[in-house]
Ligand binder design. Structure first.
Ligand code: DAK
Length: 263
């Protein structure tokens, strides 16, 4: 299917490739440092794809040198605590978490601070061999502020998260993979292609089931096993109200490929 590119934003580029929506951070001069303006555009683009029935999976990516080297330090340096509180960037970052369709982070180069946190807010991470992750905030006098202490710890455990966050040490893609932080390590030059293959596979599965599977998996992070199992069962039953459940099971019995309506 055709690839279409739009250029309505200043700090990001967006593209549709079949049923995949791609957002590329685009402030190359500052290693894609995430300014508030960039974040406004990023959230707007992701929500637009999330609400677009022709899209089934999202990708967030950067360029060869950086996914994102963190929040824009130059825009934060002179702020007071009250400024930070009133700007309330967290509310905007939180909207990424609320997206219903799966998001893949496709990472080359630096994914530091807020860049690493943005990647961890995504549902899957594909990284090139040369990618560099880290939470270096400690070295500029702060701590992670967009979920790093929580998501990194849940992903890799307390002892390793402590070491990484308290030292600010950068770590490579293979180490990230070995610690189960990321989905896959691939050669640098095929990162986006690999992310697209994965995204297209997911985007061509029945869309309602994909959304509910994502919702159920994320629920496991903030519930008991009992509560999570109950939640999962209700979503499972709910899927019997979807056209795609009828089609999927009928197609299986008729030994033919299913034709998904994503409804
Ligand atoms: N902010 C602003 N500019 C940045 C930047 C950043 N995070 N990272 C790099 N740049 C700029 C550099 O200043 C430089 O600009 P010019 O000097 O040319 O004008 C340009 O990008 C190229 O960078 P370098 O010359 O430094 O390039 P190198 O290859 O030598 O070094 C580096 C690459 C990634 C090791 C280095 O640039 C670096 O250490 N960057 C800073 C990494 C960092 O500390 N990141 C964490 C920032 S704090 C929150 C949401 C988010 C956050 C917090 C709260 N809420 C919603 C509450 C997140 C906070 C952070 O991310």
């Amino acid at each position: 299917m055709a690839t279409t590119t739009t250029t309505e934003y200043q700090y990001i580029l967006t593209q549709k490739d079949g049923r995949v929506g791609i957002v590329q951070l685009n402030r190359p001069d500052v290693l894609n440092a995430i300014s508030p303006d960039l974040m406004v555009e990023l959230v707007d683009a992701l929500e637009t794809f999330d609400n677009d029935d022709t899209i089934g999976c999202l990708i967030v990516t950067g360029n060869a040198k950086a996914f994102a080297a963190g929040a824009d330090i130059k825009r934060m340096a002179d702020k007071s605590a009250v400024d930070m509180l009133l700007i309330d960037q967290l509310a905007r970052w939180d909207r990424v978490r609320k997206l219903k369709k799966p998001i893949i982070a496709a990472i080359n180069g630096f994914a530091l601070g807020g860049g690493c946190e943005l990647a961890m807010m995504c549902d899957m991470i594909i990284a090139g061999e040369g990618a560099k992750f880290g939470q270096p905030e400690i070295s500029i006098g702060v701590i992670p502020g967009a979920g790093g202490t929580q998501r990194l710890t849940r992903a890799i455990g307390k002892a390793r998260a402590m070491e990484l966050i308290l030292t600010g040490r950068m770590f490579g893609a293979q180490e990230a993979y070995d610690m189960e932080l990321i989905t896959k390590v691939v050669p640098d030059e095929v990162v986006l292609d690999e992310a697209k293959v994965l995204a297209k596979t997911i985007a061509n599965k029945p869309g309602v089931a994909v959304k509910l599977a994502k919702e159920a998996i994320l629920k496991s992070f903030d519930t008991t096993i009992e509560g999570g199992l109950d939640y999962e069962r209700k979503l499972f039953y709910l899927l019997f109200a979807s056209q795609d459940q009828k089609e999927g099971m009928t197609a299986f019995m008729e030994k033919r490929p299913a034709e998904w309506q994503h409804q």
